[in-house]
Design a protein around this ligand. Structure first.
Ligand SMILES: [Fe+2]
Length: 294
């Protein structure tokens, strides 16, 4: 079985990693977690990152057959619909996205015209489901904790583990968003770390701590040896203490309240109003303030 060729793209404003992987035999490929730019001060969206991906796949001669998201993101908008419009490839996410849709439909007080059946994507993957990219089988792992819907894509010697593990010097991703659960995150990471030692794990974010270069990849062996939260495989209770204490200090992501209402629509802006413009809604007083004190 061939291993995928992987190209990573970093979105500096959000620290997000986006990926294109392809089968070198057939040149068929998939995009993982593409970012649509959003400037919250201007309310402006842009396709700069997505166009970089389009340039790359055009020059490399890759035929994209899937546009994949690992979960509904809280820090950026998904560019999946934009890329589907350009490429015609189907979009997919994990089947439990319907729970995330129901949760946020309530928070945003959306009407029944907003469907919570996942129909905004072409396919919803179940745990253990397999599909092909060229000759390469891709296996889906349900890996919740960061969100209720998160999934990991495993292909050949690579796995796209989204917001479970971070790079080893940063540990793991947070589990404190609505629907997040640090116990589930622990169990998801343990399952990922049962992959073969040489499996290349590609993370969803990196914030380039302490001025090092942004980085996206470490093997299972490297995480077991040096991940800040998982080296030596801590007990679940130990991990929960560390993770929950850390999460209690973190402000909510700047774009969470904007991003979720776009991403529960599969990366689409809300329906335009009668003047042709889309508007985002902010629930006022629903969340407790997490502003850092001066
Ligand atoms: Fe995330």
């Amino acid at each position: 079985m061939p291993n995928p060729i992987i190209k990573s793209f970093w979105d500096k404003p959000t620290g997000s990693w986006q990926y294109v992987f392809h089968d070198p035999e057939t040149m068929k490929g998939a995009i993982v977690d593409p970012v649509l730019g959003y400037d919250p001060l201007a309310g402006a969206v842009d396709t700069i990152r997505a166009n970089e991906i389009l340039d790359y796949i055009t020059k490399a001669g890759i035929e994209i057959v899937w546009i994949l998201d690992t979960h509904p993101h809280a820090d950026h908008f998904s560019a999946a619909p934009y890329l589907k419009g350009k490429l015609g490839a189907p979009t997919a996410i994990g089947e439990h996205v319907v729970k995330v849709q129901a949760l946020w439909k309530d928070i945003y007080n959306l009407g029944d015209e907003f469907r919570t059946d996942g129909s905004q994507w072409d396919r919803l993957f179940k745990d253990g489901e397999r599909f092909n990219v060229g000759h390469m089988p891709v296996t889906v792992f349900f890996s919740p904790g960061h969100t209720m819907a998160s999934i990991t894509y495993v292909v050949g010697n690579a796995a796209f583990v989204h917001d479970t593990l971070m790079m080893p010097d940063s540990g793991s991703s947070r589990a404190d968003f609505p629907g997040g659960n640090s116990r589930e995150l622990y169990r998801s990471v343990r399952r990922i770390l049962e992959l073969p030692f040489d499996t290349r794990l590609f993370v969803g974010h990196d914030y380039a701590p302490e001025g090092r270069a942004p980085s996206c990849e470490a093997t299972v062996r490297e995480h077991l040896a040096s991940n800040k939260h998982f080296k030596g495989l801590p007990t679940e209770e130990h991990f929960l203490r560390v993770r929950d204490a850390r999460d209690a200090t973190l402000p909510l992501p700047k774009l969470m309240l904007a991003a979720l209402q776009v991403n529960i629509r599969g990366g689409r802006l809300p329906e335009p109003e009668d003047n042709g413009r889309s508007y985002l809604k902010i629930p006022v007083g629903y969340f407790e303030s997490r502003q850092e004190s001066a």
